[in-house]
Design a protein around this ligand. Structure first.
Ligand SMILES: NC(=O)c1ccc[n+]([C@@H]2O[C@H](COP(=O)([O-])OP(=O)(O)OC[C@H]3O[C@@H](n4cnc5c(N)ncnc54)[C@H](OP(=O)(O)O)[C@@H]3O)[C@@H](O)[C@H]2O)c1
Length: 250
């Protein structure tokens, strides 16, 4: 089967490409670095010719409100139009658990717009919403940093390792379209503030975590249920401790 992975050079994309190639599928890792650009359209129709499955794992180079919206809308429109011409039978995209609960933030408005375009496209699809990647904890810490303190809510979080995300995406790509949204999540639940404190300590980072119920998550207010799945998620196997042990950091 020919499978095109848009964003196939990224964190999740490259791991997904590896998994599918090991199962002997013809896999195209499509991204600007390999000559395929969903914004300009460069190389898109050539990459999609003969493809049965397209997995969209691209991310916006900017998380700023307007840029993220422009990216996901333009990329989504161009990609879905090219898939119609190519006769693609299954479109898969990776989104975020709680996207609809985090609409104070422009990036999540853009992810919801991406999901809407897929649902309205008429192409059979599976949207996979994931909780935060363990690899994203550094980004969360950065976003909450003021001076030498990291301001974070104590809302629940259930992070997932990128290897578990790629396993799930590869499985979805080889199955039938759900024409629905499914969710994936890590195996353990933590308080966000405690998790980031553990992460910082493990990297020898001396910033202290200040628990602040009012602290925004990339501009969005959190409650205990904002970031965790309430939709019978598929659970990853890799625990936070295992990930810490096996992942080289900074
Ligand atoms: N971070 C999280 O915790 C989290 C949680 C749930 C879901 N997600 C979602 O997961 C997805 C993948 O994230 P990631 O961290 O794996 O991304 P990433 O490592 O930043 O990779 C982004 C990929 O997008 C590609 N790309 C950028 N502009 C493109 C364009 N114009 N046309 C085609 N490809 C383009 C990049 O290609 P080049 O290498 O060529 O630039 C790269 O391959 C995102 O959609 C994100 O919303 C993230």
């Amino acid at each position: 089967m020919k499978i095109v992975v848009i964003g196939g050079t990224g964190l999740i994309g490259s791991k997904t490409v590896d998994r599918l190639r090991k199962q002997d599928h013809e896999v195209v890792a499509a991204s600007p670095n390999t000559g395929v650009n969903t914004i300009t359209g460069e190389g898109l129709s050539e990459a999609l010719a003969g493809a049965e499955v397209v997995i969209d794992l691209a991310n916006s180079p900017s998380f700023a409100d307007r840029e993220a919206m422009e990216f996901f809308e333009t990329s989504g429109r161009n990609l879905l139009a090219a898939e119609k011409v190519a006769g693609v039978k299954h479109h898969i995209a990776l989104s975020v658990v709680g996207t609809d609960r985090l609409q104070e933030n422009g990036y999540f408005r853009a992810k919801l717009a991406q999901e809407r375009l897929i649902k309205e496209s008429g192409i059979p699809y599976t949207i996979v919403r994931s909780t935060q990647f363990m690899e994203f904890l550094n980004g969360i810490a950065q976003a909450g940093t003021v001076g030498h303190a990291v301001h974070l809510s104590q809302a629940y979080v259930q992070p997932i390792a990128s290897d578990d995300v790629a396993d799930a995406i590869a499985d979805v790509a080889l199955g039938a379209p759900a024409n629905a949204t499914i969710e994936i999540s890590g195996p353990e639940r933590f308080r966000l503030s405690e998790l980031v404190a553990r992460y910082l300590k493990s990297t020898g980072d001396s910033r202290r975590v200040e628990v602040d119920p009012e602290a925004r998550y990339f501009g969005a207010r959190l409650d205990d249920g904002s970031l965790v799945s309430d939709n019978a998620p598929r659970l990853g196997r890799i625990t936070f401790e295992q990930w810490l042990t096996n992942t080289p950091r900074k």
